[in-house]
Design a protein around this ligand. Structure first.
Ligand SMILES: Cc1ncc(COP(=O)(O)O)c(C=O)c1O
Length: 383
């Protein structure tokens, strides 16, 4: 591993007290929640130290976050040039999405999503009394595609007021193409449904895939869309509470502006995000190189130790979606891995009924810990 990522030793990691490291007993290896194990970028630590020294711990002001994100997007996200004044600091992606959806839909309003998908897409919106309308991805031979017919049917359901797209997709790891995004934009435009896009995993697109920011489509649906993203996944700083919302037009900007109080994040998060986007790109590059190597490592370890597991390497990010159905571990293989192997993966069914028989493994760590996770999974299966 690149020295700037640290060594991911368990001795060091177990000193952490975050959700990942405190949810299970110390003899369980946690590979569930989407936190990586690498040491934080020095540039981020410097920015936080400078803020602490200055006593700069007040309510957040976005400062140069808009400019920093626009520079990063132009350089690293397909030449996207969002206007800084349409870029907002938010506490996190899910709060931004939930607030925005509550602004544009009424109680019991329908929100279309593509399961299997990130669990809070279901429960966070249900808690806000919105109705989830499912347009499942099409699955064939372990590969997932958008099902445009299913999407169109869902968009036409009465009361649907928003479509929440995940690109890159968690958990299946797909990065949707420009043609697919254009087809989505056409459908949503025809049905009059606004598009919200969660692009939080975009900084972690792996070599071979190309992320197309939704706002780079030359399309009326893209101009009305709102994109939600963050430095929190790419640079592993979710605890610092700063996400980014990019409004497509002034109307969306006004909705975000009016809700400034509900959307206050952390000022330290703003500092950290600016440092990440501007200065910590070599760290991000080292992470992407490591994840790519890890996807290949998993591709050799699984057939060796768990021949019944099916896995297609993700096109982006550090989450491996593993089909365990051949191993007959029941609907929730993660429960078996935990009980019998002391390794905590994310439960497939949390991502929707399409996730029955699946589990999600976090590979944002060292090759050694991936080996250890697979060893424990194999122990659960083989005894
Ligand atoms: C697709 C997706 N959206 C949102 C989030 C959470 O982001 P935040 O902490 O900014 O709400 C995650 C975290 O794993 C995610 O995978």
């Amino acid at each position: 591993m690149d020295a700037i990522l640290g060594d991911c030793s368990l001795e060091h990691l177990r000193k952490r007290t975050s959700h990942k490291w405190r949810t299970y007993a110390p003899d369980v290896l946690p590979v569930f929640v989407a936190e990586m194990d690498f040491d934080p970028a020095e540039e981020i630590k410097d920015a936080i130290r400078a803020a602490l020294t200055a006593g700069d711990l007040g309510y957040p002001h976005k400062g140069e976050l808009g400019e920093a994100f626009a520079e990063f997007a132009a350089d690293r996200l397909g030449g996207w040039t969002p206007a800084p004044d349409l870029i907002f600091a938010i506490p996190d992606v899910m709060t931004g999405i939930a607030e925005f959806i509550q602004a544009i839909t009424g109680p019991r309003g329908g929100v279309v999503i593509n399961p299997p998908v990130y669990a809070p897409f279901f429960f966070r919106l249900e808690l806000a009394d919105r109705r989830i309308v499912q347009a499942p991805l099409a699955a064939a031979d372990g590969s997932y595609e958008l099902d445009l017919d299913a999407l169109d049917r869902a968009l036409r359901e009465p009361g649907v007021g928003a479509y929440l797209l995940c690109n890159p997709h968690n958990p299946v790891g797909r990065v949707w193409s420009r043609d697919q995004l254009t087809a989505i934009a056409d459908l949503c435009d025809r049905r009059g449904v606004p598009v919200l896009v969660d692009e939080i995993h975009a900084p972690l697109v792996l070599p071979g895939a190309r992320h197309v920011p939704f706002h780079t489509l030359d399309h009326p649906a893209a101009r009305r869309a709102v994109v939600f993203t963050s430095a929190s996944k790419g640079w592993n700083i979710p605890g610092l509470k700063c996400g980014i919302a990019v409004a497509g037009d002034q109307r969306a900007a006004a909705i975000l502006d009016q809700r400034w109080d509900a959307l206050l994040g952390s000022h330290l998060g703003v500092h950290a995000s600016i440092a990440a986007l501007r200065n910590a790109r070599p760290w991000l590059d080292a992470v992407v190189r490591q994840i790519e190597a890890n996807t290949r490592l998993l591709g050799t370890l699984l057939p060796e130790h768990l021949p019944g597991a099916r896995y297609r390497p993700p096109e982006a990010s550090f989450l491996a979606w593993i089909d365990c159905r051949e191993m007959e571990l029941g609907d929730d293989p993660a429960a078996e891995f935990l009980a019998r192997g002391k390794v905590a993966l994310s439960s497939g069914p949390d991502f929707g009924t399409e996730g029955l028989g699946f589990a999600r493994l976090n590979i944002g760590t060292s090759p050694e810990l991936i080996g250890e996770a697979v060893r424990r999974m194999a122990l659960a299966v083989n005894g």
